[in-house]
Design a protein around this ligand. Structure first.
Ligand code: ZN
Length: 235
């Protein structure tokens, strides 16, 4: 039984947002996707996200019927305004404030605002994002409180009753692999491993058992650790 009202998924082509897309396709009668081009150094994710959408349409017939439009929003201003390791050629490291310099200030707040504007036009009720407080690299805009506050702000500011959904908020990367398998079986888990992109360095030259990446950046480390726990604990 699908939930009416439809959903837009913030979809980057990574492990988390791809799992969220499967989660939404299991639940809602209509699912659309939105991506953001903000001058990220790992621009290869913009190609991967299209490959993931193509694969879902080709290999998951019960989901393909619900999967609707995809839109990419240019938000290069984020890269212009911020000085982070995701948008500039600087080394990834921890800042004095305890935040890694891969944090892009305002990124998720801006993404959610654009997603709500899109949902407003497309008359979609649910806005699904893969933010996570469990292993969230300390990004304050991934916190549950931030998302709840955004839901209030967006509903007041747009005069709607959007529901911001965060299916990964309280689970870790190992459990995200479990969720992918529960949603779409081994075939979807394989899709997540082989076709999604997480690596901040944009590296897809080396294939690990958890997917493609450089194996050294924070995003690769997080994904690798999650996979190894998934395997070691027989999840
Ligand atoms: Zn990497």
């Amino acid at each position: 039984m699908s939930i009416a009202g439809g959903a837009v998924v913030l979809f980057s082509g990574g492990q988390d947002s791809t799992t969220c897309l499967g989660w939404a396709l299991e639940r809602y009668d209509r699912v659309e996707t939105i991506g953001f081009d903000y001058g990220q150094r790992h621009r290869i994710e913009m190609e991967c996200r299209l490959d993931v959408l193509d694969s879902i349409r080709a290999r998951f017939s019960r989901w393909a019927a619900k999967l609707g439009e995809d839109v990419v929003v240019p938000v290069e201003a984020i890269g212009t305004l911020s000085n982070t390791a995701l948008t500039r050629d600087v080394e990834m490291k921890m800042g004095a404030d305890g935040l890694p310099n891969t944090f892009v200030p305002g990124r998720n707040l801006i993404f959610l605002s654009f997603a709500a504007a899109y949902a407003y036009r497309r008359e979609l009720k649910h806005i699904v994002t893969g933010v996570c407080e469990t292993d969230y690299s300390g990004y304050p805009d991934c916190r549950d409180d931030t998302i709840k506050a955004m839901q209030v702000a967006l509903n007041l500011g747009l005069e709607r009753r959007f529901v911001l959904e965060t299916p990964l908020m309280w689970i870790d990367k190992a459990q995200t692999f479990v969720m992918a398998r529960e949603l779409g079986g081994e075939d979807f888990l394989t899709l997540v491993i082989e076709e999604t992109h997480s690596c901040y360095a944009g590296d897809r030259t080396v294939k690990f058992d958890w997917g493609w990446g450089c194996g050294a950046c924070p995003a690769c480390k997080l994904r690798a650790e999650g996979w190894h726990r998934f395997v070691a604990e027989g999840l």
